[in-house]
Design a binder for this molecule. Structure first.
Ligand SMILES: [Fe+2]
Ligand SMILES: [Fe+2]
Length: 259
């Protein structure tokens, strides 16, 4: 299947399974012309809602209850599904991007589909189905700002996915502390994949940036054209080791710490 066809089927699917389909063989012979997808089609009951203040995640102390841990997993699965759709959006928006970029992005998309599945599996074991709770627009609000592959890696890989290098292990530790090693294991799998997604972003930032600009300045400059504050690239406790594994240089990490 062609990447373009796959991305369209993901964004236009009204069944969850169809959004999680990953063809055995993917080709990119006919990327076509740029297509800016305005809104993903969603299955009944899974449409994108605006989140209100009352719909916050349970507090850390409340994670002793499995119901509350399931609520977190449901929210995280929602984020993963949005990532799937934003990656499909990016494949359609930038047919002229380097082939290696598009193939790498497609591989990342497949892993995000896998993340949706493992969260679904774990939340079912904790007694809820994906779609039982509201799903939010969240990341999708940022798609109009993805105006180039460089915007994509700045927003997705080096901000949202980079922040997950802090959030995933934080929740992993909390789940473990409250006697739920299975959910902690899920977070460890996510973290391992996120490290490679951040590394993908870093590698392409180095290739896309202007020669006379630093990586950091390029990233910060890209974010000024979005709604995002650079602080969104970190969680409460900054995990240095995970960033170093993603090839992020110490200098960048030190700058991020000061934000
Ligand atoms: Fe993910
Ligand atoms: Fe990711």
């Amino acid at each position: 299947m062609e990447l373009r066809e796959w991305a369209i089927s993901i964004l236009s699917a009204d069944q969850l399974d169809q959004k999680l389909v990953c063809p055995q063989s993917l080709t990119d012979h006919e990327p076509g012309s740029s297509l800016i997808w305005s809104e993903p089609v969603r299955p009944t009951g899974m449409s994108l809602r605006r989140r209100t203040r009352e719909e916050k995640l349970p507090s850390f102390q409340e994670l002793n209850k499995s119901d509350n841990r399931a609520i977190c997993l449901h929210r995280f699965a929602g984020h993963e599904l949005l990532a799937v759709e934003m990656m499909a959006f990016t494949l359609l928006a930038f047919p002229e991007a380097p082939k290696r970029f598009r193939i790498g992005l497609a591989n990342t998309l497949k892993e995000e589909q896998g993340h949706v599945r493992i969260y679904i599996n774990r939340m079912q074991q904790l007694g809820i189905q994906f779609g039982d709770l509201p799903l939010y627009r969240h990341f999708w609000n940022h798609t109009p700002f993805i105006r180039s592959p460089l915007h994509y890696i700045s927003i997705m890989s080096l901000t949202f996915e980079m922040a997950n290098l802090d959030f995933a292990p934080m929740y992993g530790k909390l789940f473990q502390r409250f006697g739920d090693p299975e959910s902690a294991k899920v977070m460890a799998i996510i973290l391992k994949d996120e490290i490679s997604h951040v590394r993908f972003g870093w590698n392409w930032l180095r290739q896309f940036k202007e020669i006379d600009q630093t990586e950091w300045d390029t990233w910060e400059m890209m974010l000024t054209t979005t709604l995002l504050n650079p602080k969104r690239a970190r969680g409460f406790v900054l995990q240095e080791a995970a960033r170093l594994q993603a090839n992020i240089p110490q200098e960048w990490i030190d700058k991020l710490k000061l934000l």
